[in-house]
Design a protein around this ligand. Structure first.
Ligand code: GLA
Length: 733
């Protein structure tokens, strides 16, 4: 018999979401207050003992109309706090009402449990293949005065240490209200001394791991750049001080959304930790008319009792298996040559053909034509919005070149930046109003380009139709969907003045709509996301793009930290990584070709250089890397991934992947700086079968699984900075 994943104890009013790995408990307390009881390792025998002790707390007021001084919404750990009640935590929701007040008092109304998981229309979301793999609890809280209903949605999967949360606000009243803030989730922890782990960064410097102590006060990790951003990835982990990669509690929160986000962590006066995750309330104001509903994006919450690696593995498997939809999700990704760093804007068909010819000889599988093929784009000052081939560069048309690439046995990929417009474009000449701007103000350029007002259907239709003219040929195998600036001049021409607070979110909904139409019309298209590298690397984009360009910084040593941070949340197959020239074009660093290859092999491998200019030695190296990668990519792209050592905290970086059957293992180590008197280091593998014998595919030496795990391997003590080593083991018994 199928086991229920959610139970409700009617007598004690306790909901228990559970599977073999985790439990999540919440209860209905005095005054219909929805209280958080527990999230963590599975509890088999809950006897209703752990209830929040009642205390008379000074300056923490009580329920309206009650004389009980020991019950306060200010101290009780809750599932959803609002402004205006006697709860001084950072509210999850703020709603401005017809009378000008923002006071809400949410009380428990009812609940229902559904098999499976409801789809979130218009938003990316995790999904189920069949309804038996998950259950969803929907608890409705109501505010009696406004007749607003807040549906709190909790999905638990049968086989994952994951709870997925979102909120749907329905206006069942007669008056219009304005949502000024509506978080997707809140959780309150008691008696934890958490540290936060976040992924801040910058363009070409994304997702560096930051670990900080949480002190009393409010800590905010957010973006209000209109995208999920390079500057703060939409992710947070809360960990105990002694949690590391392999041990200790880790709670991870990843937001399935590509726009403005806000993660609030508040350590309160009683050392309790309050967390909200949702759309950033900066310039957010959503008009909710009577009868309307607002659905928030969702948050993936992972619990790990064995440190960060286990947390990441749960995210990897959830995002890969149940967010990514593309037909390519389980297919090994083609090895790419991309002409961006090879030619920048300076190319024509004949020049590109020589790169294609070399790519064929070297075993590369796809040619990607990057920026500069459309309009009259010879630099980045023009033509965005004009998705017609640039005749000067392709006098015989794009198809002619695409056919050539296909004839050489390579797939063909094409770059687009669909959300943008240049002043110097036909699109601007014909539709100046499509450019997002505030009436009467000069919009701000960034990279001399501007945003399209993507909230408007007419604008999206125009871009969709233009893209269709290219994609309709059926010859394009892949597109790179780029976005090279952040939002400013926030205003949507189709909206009245009192709804301009909706623009940021409507932009993201417009983007999702456009992407959905492309995905729908071209299920065979492989889409790679990009935003000046990894500026929109989030679980929301994964719903449309199974892979994303991780960073505009292609330097192997910087990539160690970028890819390390990325791996906290996102699966390897989602991360594209290319070998480029040395000295590196972004930071001038000189690294060995071998190291550049090894680091790039941890994602979807490509080359971002002019193959025709390579020395004979480097050509041979490319051919060798390509051949080697073809042998290991199934495991590096889809195996269970472990971080062993971080170059952000040591002189080494080590990564490992293991196939599901534990028969194949890939390990790489990179030593950053050399020393005249090096300390010897060892790398110990993990996740192997201790009883199997593993053969090193290069040396044919055989090692016991337990030997590799318990004793480890000595890292080579070679001269020279930035040396990298790759090991490929296969079980022989
Ligand atoms: C962005 C991308 C690059 C390249 C350029 C082209 O910076 O991240 O990979 O496509 O745009 O303009």
């Amino acid at each position: 018999m199928k086991q229920e994943l959610i139970t409700f104890d009617e007598k004690n009013k306790v909901f228990h979401l559970h599977n073999d790995q985790i439990s999540y408990l919440l209860s209905v307390e005095d005054g219909g207050t929805l209280c958080h009881l527990y999230f963590g390792k599975k509890v088999n025998n809950y006897h209703n003992q752990l209830r929040y002790p009642r205390l008379d707390r000074g300056f923490s007021g009580n329920l309206p109309g009650s004389l009980d001084r020991t019950f306060s919404r200010d101290s009780l750990p809750k599932e959803y706090s609002t402004a205006g009640e006697m709860d001084y935590h950072t509210p999850a929701a703020v709603v401005r009402q017809a009378d000008g007040s923002n006071a809400l008092f949410l009380t428990y109304k009812n609940y229902r449990i559904e098999d499976g998981k409801p789809d979130l229309k218009g938003l990316p979301h995790s999904w189920v293949k069949d309804k038996s793999e998950a259950q969803t609890l929907i608890v409705t809280l109501e505010d009696k005065k406004t007749e607003l209903n807040f549906d709190l949605l909790y999905t638990i999967y049968r086989d994952r240490p994951v709870i997925v949360r979102s909120v749907k606000v329905k206006n069942a009243g007669k008056e219009t209200v304005n949502l000024e803030k509506v978080a997707s989730m809140q959780i309150d922890f008691v008696d934890r001394n958490f540290e936060s782990i976040t992924l801040p960064g910058a363009h070409a410097h994304e997702r560096r791991v930051d670990r900080s102590k949480i002190h009393q006060g409010i800590h905010v990790f957010s973006s209000h750049r209109g995208t999920s951003s390079h500057q703060m990835n939409p992710f947070l982990a809360l960990v105990d001080p002694d949690t590391d990669e392999f041990q200790g509690d880790a709670y991870g929160f990843a937001f399935v959304y590509s726009g403005n986000h806000k993660f609030e962590v508040e350590k309160d006066q009683f050392a309790q930790t309050h967390v909200n995750v949702g759309i950033n309330d900066f310039n957010f104001n959503w008009q909710l008319n009577a009868g309307d509903a607002f659905q928030t994006p969702e948050v993936l919450m992972v619990y790990s009792d064995q440190g960060l690696n286990k947390m990441s593995q749960a995210f990897h498997s959830l995002i890969h298996d149940r967010i990514i939809r593309s037909k390519y999700k389980n297919e090994i990704r083609p090895i790419v040559v991309n002409n961006w760093e090879a030619t920048y804007f300076d190319f024509n068909e004949d020049k590109l053909k020589t790169i294609v010819d070399d790519a064929k000889k070297l075993g590369i599988e796809m040619f990607v034509l990057d920026d500069g093929w459309f309009g009259h784009r010879d630099d980045d000052n023009s033509s965005l919005g004009d998705w017609k081939v640039f005749a000067k560069k392709f006098p015989r048309g794009l198809d002619h070149f695409v056919d050539y690439v296909h004839e050489q046995g390579l797939k063909f990929g094409l770059w687009f930046e669909p959300e943008m417009i240049s002043y110097d474009s036909d699109l601007y000449k014909n539709h100046p109003d499509y450019l997002m701007h505030v009436p009467g103000r000069n919009p701000s350029p960034s990279r001399n380009q501007y945003l399209l007002d993507l909230g408007r259907k007419e604008v999206r239709d125009n871009i969709f139709n233009q893209m269709e003219k290219i994609l309709g040929s059926g010859k394009i195998d892949y597109i790179k969907w780029d976005m090279n600036r952040h939002l400013s001049d926030i205003y949507e021409a189709d909206l009245p003045a009192n709804r301009q607070g909706e623009v940021y979110h409507r932009y993201v909904l417009g983007l999702y709509d456009l992407l959905e139409r492309i995905v729908d019309a071209h299920p065979d298209l492989l889409i790679e996301g990009c935003s000046g590298g990894g500026g929109r690397f989030d679980a929301g984009m994964a719903y449309y793009d199974p892979q994303i360009w991780a960073s505009d910084d292609s330097d192997a040593i910087d990539r160690l930290t970028i890819q390390y941070g990325t791996s906290l949340v996102y699966p390897q197959s989602m991360m594209t990584s290319h070998v480029s020239v040395s000295p590196n074009e972004q930071n001038g660093r000189i690294t060995p070709f071998n190291t550049r290859g090894i680091v790039a092999m941890w994602g979807d491998l490509g080359y971002e250089l002019d193959l025709t200019k390579l020395s004979q030695e480097d050509r041979e190296a490319v051919a060798k890397q390509v051949a080697e990668y073809k042998k290991i990519r199934k495991v590096t792209q889809f195996g269970k991934f472990y971080r062993l050592k971080s170059s952000q905290t040591s002189n080494q970086c080590a990564w490992e992947t293991v196939s599901a059957d534990q028969n194949e293992v890939v390990l790489s180590t990179v030593k950053v700086m050399a020393s005249a008197q090096p300390y010897l280091t060892k790398t110990k593998l993990v996740g192997l079968d201790p009883n199997k014998q593993y053969e090193d595919q290069a040396t044919h030496e055989v090692y016991g699984g337990d030997e590799l795990m318990n004793m480890g391997l000595y890292d080579p003590a070679e001269h020279g900075d930035f040396k990298a080593y790759m090991y490929h083991f296969k079980a022989i018994n």
